[in-house]
Design a protein around this ligand. Structure first.
Ligand SMILES: [Mg+2]
Length: 225
């Protein structure tokens, strides 16, 4: 039986790259003359490289990119504050997110989100995607004092949903932090791999592989409470 489904946020429910690129276009227009001699495409591509899929803090990214393009270093703090406040306005979900979550709930499953990051920033994105009304709990690493792949964070989320680890499916894009982390904590897993390749230096994929969110419905079909 599967009684609960937990989701990662960035690059799983939230199409983070598409959202970030949309925000960067707006920010580049508004701060244009302070960013040095960088056309938007070059700024965007270099930002994404420095950002490393969100793993590098933007307090590091902005000074670095301003330095690389000869921009005004005095703008770094304003750019960072602007990012924290306005990035969520461009939040876009992956196709089928809301319908998938509503259907899972209608089938009797409890739902949650487990994300690493700053609480205020992540919760702005949770709100922007309408997730407060679609899931039963949201755990952000900063607020919880635990980070994925720590097993205690997965187990805390499972407990919030009054489930057992083996009855809970975790869906995420990161092979180590999400999939192997949840697997080690005793949860079932689905890797939201999309076009990525599972890293060769890791143990084999422990669970399912999906390319779209609605495929979660197929994974739980026949296993509902
Ligand atoms: Mg992610």
């Amino acid at each position: 039986m599967i009684s609960a489904v937990l989701f990662d946020l960035d690059e799983t429910l939230l199409d983070r790259t598409r959202s970030l690129v949309a925000f960067l276009g707006d920010q580049h227009r508004r701060f244009g003359d302070r960013l040095g001699r960088a056309p938007f495409a070059a700024w965007r591509d270099h930002f994404l490289t420095l950002d490393a899929r969100g793993h590098v803090d933007k307090s590091v990214v902005y000074p670095a990119i301003l330095s690389d393009f000869g921009g005004d270093q005095g703008a770094a703090d304003a750019l960072l504050a602007d990012y924290r406040k306005r990035c969520c306005r461009y939040a876009k979900a992956f196709p089928g997110m809301a319908d998938t979550l509503r259907t899972l709930r209608a089938r009797g499953l409890r739902l949650g989100v487990v994300t690493n990051g700053e609480t205020e920033f992540q919760m702005r994105h949770v709100d922007a995607l309408g997730l407060r009304d679609l899931v039963d709990c949201v755990l952000v690493s900063q607020a919880e004092g635990l980070r994925k792949p720590e097993a205690d964070l997965f187990l805390r989320a499972v407990a919030r949903l009054a489930a057992e680890p083996g009855q809970c499916l975790f869906v995420g894009d990161n092979p180590v932090v999400d999939v192997l982390g949840a697997h080690a904590a005793g949860l079932r897993t689905a890797w939201f791999g999309r076009e990525a390749t599972w890293p060769r230096d890791l143990p084999p994929v422990p669970g399912a592989i999906i390319d779209t969110l609605p495929q979660v419905l197929d994974l739980v079909a026949g296993h509902e409470p």
